[in-house]
Design a protein around this ligand. Structure first.
Ligand code: ADP
Ligand code: ADP
Ligand code: ZN
Length: 220
């Protein structure tokens, strides 16, 4: 299963990718998490990326494509992967296709999780993320069992620097301009499935499980 989950910031990509990763036993590759870790560690990648991330803009394609090429060549991707947050531009999508077709391992699923802007704003401003394992929670829609503490690993929850009202608006605009066009690209390739992301986490999870179950049975 080689999968891309598309969707605006706050659509629930990370939440669902984590659940699918657990149930299917394939890695979740979240480019935002990789970049935030690089920023924390102060690596050259982190120093370059931080400027863009703070402004709510996209990190340059050349940087992101290099990063994904390296990550997909890791051993743990041999049996599949879930891309969460990549690709975000047409150039990234084309580079990904080229990379995977060289390996003879094209994408098997592309999902587009759709949620209207008003709802995205509420999700992003109430989001809290685990410092240790990057799990997402929400103050209202998906609160942790204990306030400020991750259910999965006990790590501390924090609010991302870019989840403030101003940067969120910018990120949603950037999504509309640069990433939304990818749905047409993948629709033409015949691999796109649209998911109604407005329902609660359990219902969206069930739809993913049904779709993946159906497809993997068909493929044997
Ligand atoms: P993305 O990775 O697409 O940016 P997240 O998975 O981090 O999105 O989810 C954004 C926020 O919305 C988080 O606070 C998360 O807990 C919450 N959330 C995720 N899915 C849903 C849902 N179906 N309904 C309500 N809130 C959700
Ligand atoms: P969200 O969960 O809100 O969709 P991410 O955590 O995926 O956000 O990404 C946070 C930031 O990291 C983005 O605003 C962007 O600056 C950078 N980023 C992540 N993935 C990519 C990518 N594929 N291309 C360019 N920039 C990216
Ligand atoms: Zn955690």
């Amino acid at each position: 299963m080689r999968m891309v989950i598309l969707g605006a910031p706050g659509a629930g990509k990370g939440t669902q990718a984590r659940l699918i990763s657990e149930s299917q036993g394939i890695p979740q590759i979240a480019t935002g998490d990789i970049l935030r870790q690089a920023v924390r560690e102060g690596t050259p990648l982190g120093r370059e990326a931080q400027v863009y991330m703070d402004r709510g803009e996209l990190v340059p394609d050349s940087v992101m494509i290099g990063l994904i090429r390296e990550r997909l060549s890791c051993e743990d991707c041999a049996n599949g992967f879930i891309l969460d947050g990549f690709p975000r531009t047409l150039e990234q999508a084309k580079a990904l296709n080229a990379l995977l077709s060289d390996l003879g391992k094209p994408l098997t699923h592309v999902f587009d999780v759709e949620v209207p802007r008003e709802e995205l704003l509420k999700r992003l401003t109430g989001r809290r993320v685990c410092r240790q394992c990057s799990a997402s929670f929400h103050l209202e829609f998906n609160p942790p069992r204990q306030e400020g503490v991750c259910d999965h690993c006990g790590g501390e929850l924090f609010q991302r620097a870019d989840d403030n009202a101003q940067t969120v608006g910018k990120r949603l605009d950037v999504y509309g301009e640069q990433t939304k066009p990818l749905t047409a690209f993948y629709r033409e390739l015949g691999v796109l499935t649209t998911i109604d992301g407005t329902r609660d986490i359990g219902e969206v999870r069930k739809e993913f499980a049904d779709l993946l179950g159906a497809v993997s049975t068909k493929q044997g």
